[in-house]
Structure formats: structure tokens, C-alpha cells
Design a protein around this ligand. Structure first.
Ligand code: AMP
Length: 208
């Protein structure tokens, strides 16, 4: 089955995705990570998207679809994190890897602003690992190595812009998936294990 995990920046998509992978086998496509990878590699796509992502603006659909298609090699058991973000992307996805379930993590703005302001990213073996605070990030570095990096778009000013961008596009997307009867909304402000259990229940019910 193909799954979409949706929610504002800071809603816990990355955290829940990582937790889910301990129980289920999915190939994860996180477009934010793919974009940051392209930027780090300074590829031509990376150069094209940098100005958008640094400012907290959505990358144009044509570019994001190009990046997506580069990384998707099978259309089964894919978990999308951060994609689709626009109705156009959602419609394209129907032909690439049709989603079976859309899981929406609902969290209020004040909570996500606080979460994102505190969160720390560690670059380890060319991959980003995100932690809720500096203490946990440093613990990881001491154990496995890596460096602490500050995401350019994790400042309060940019977060507010990202939330606005998110708001503008979400309603249409939510309605699109609601009309297909594959949309589930969960309270993303609960603790990680509680949210995980609810996600898992929905997935297992779908499979049975
Ligand atoms: P994320 O890590 O998912 O919060 O994404 C970080 C940034 O990457 C966003 O602020 C956008 O600039 C860009 N981005 C990620 N996914 C998409 C998408 N599906 N469509 C457009 N832009 C995206």
C-alpha cells in the first residue's frame, strides 16, 4: 500500500515516519530531504530550488516532480512525507503511485513554532537526522558522529512563512483526499508513541 503522511512543518511527520519504519516496511520519499540533498550536492536542480527552500516557499511543481521521479523506482509500499503539497502534485501522484491512505497530523501553530525553534538537525553520512532538542542531537553525535547544522528555513521568520504557504494549499488537498474517502486526521500534539499507535491501527485496519 502507498501512504501519505501530511501535516504542517513540525507536525511530526519525520518523527512518525521513522517510528513507523520500525514496524512496517515502506520506501520513504521525503521531498524536503531530497531537496536538501540536491542542494548539498550543488546539482543543477539543487541550484534551482535553493532560493525557494531557503525562503520557506514551495518549490515549483515541475521541479519537485522532476526530483520525485528521479528517486521513485517502484510504485508500491511508498510512504510520502512532505509530498504532495499542492493539488497539482496530488493529481500527478495519482499516475505515479496512487495513495491508499492519507494520514493527517493536526497540530496548532503555536506548538509547531515552538517545536521547530527547538529542533536540531545532525548531518551524518550525508543524511539529516532531526532531534527535538540540542541535548539529544549531541548525544547522537557522541555515539555515531556527524555535525550539528541549522536548517536555513528553521528560523521563526521563515517558519511563519512556511506555515502560511502550507495553509494556502492544504484545504484543497484535504478536500481532494476526503472526497476519495482515504483521509484520516489525527491529533499530532499527543506524544510520539500515542500518535504512532493510532497511525498503526489505521494502517492495520486498512490491510485487514
Ligand atoms: P520539509 O522538510 O518537508 O519541510 O521541506 C522543506 C522545504 O522544501 C519546503 O519549505 C519547500 O521549500 C521544499 N519542499 C519540500 N517538499 C515540497 C513539495 N512537495 N512541493 C514544493 N516544495 C517542497
Amino acid at each position: 500500500m502507498n501512504l501519505i503522511i501530511m501535516g504542517k512543518p513540525g507536525a511530526g511527520k519525520g518523527t512518525q515516519t521513522a517510528r513507523l519504519l520500525k514496524d512496517k516496511n515502506f520506501k520513504v520519499i521525503a521531498t524536503g530531504d531530497l531537496i536538501r540533498q540536491e542542494i548539498r550536492n550543488n546539482s543543477s536542480l539543487g541550484q534551482e530550488v535553493k532560493s525557494y527552500s531557503d525562503k520557506g516557499l514551495l518549490v515549483p511543481d515541475t521541479i519537485i516532480l522532476k526530483i520525485l521521479k528521479k528517486h521513485i523506482n517502484k510504485a508500491k509500499d511508498v510512504l510520502f512525507d512532505g509530498f504532495p503539497r499542492t493539488i497539482n502534485q496530488a493529481k500527478e501522484l495519482e499516475n505515479i503511485a496512487k495513495p491508499d491512505l492519507v494520514l493527517f497530523l493536526h497540530v496548532d501553530d503555536e506548538i509547531v513554532i515552538k517545536r521547530i525553534s527547538n529542533r536540531q538537525t545532525v548531518l551524518h553520512e550525508n543524511k539529516n537526522f532531526i532531534f527535538p532538542n540540542k541535548e539529544q542531537a549531541e548525544k547522537f553525535i557522541a555515539k555515531k558522529g556527524g555535525v550539528l547544522i541549522k536548517r536555513k528555513d528553521d528560523t521563526k521568520e521563515v517558519i511563519v512563512k512556511r506555515l502560511k504557504e502550507y495553509q494556502e494549499h492544504t484545504k484543497e488537498l484535504v478536500n481532494f483526499y476526503k472526497s476519495k474517502n482515504i483521509f484520516y486526521s489525527l491529533d499530532g500534539s499527543k506524544n510520539v508513541e500515542e500518535v504512532h499507535k493510532e497511525l498503526l491501527d489505521i494502517i492495520n485496519n486498512f490491510n485487514s
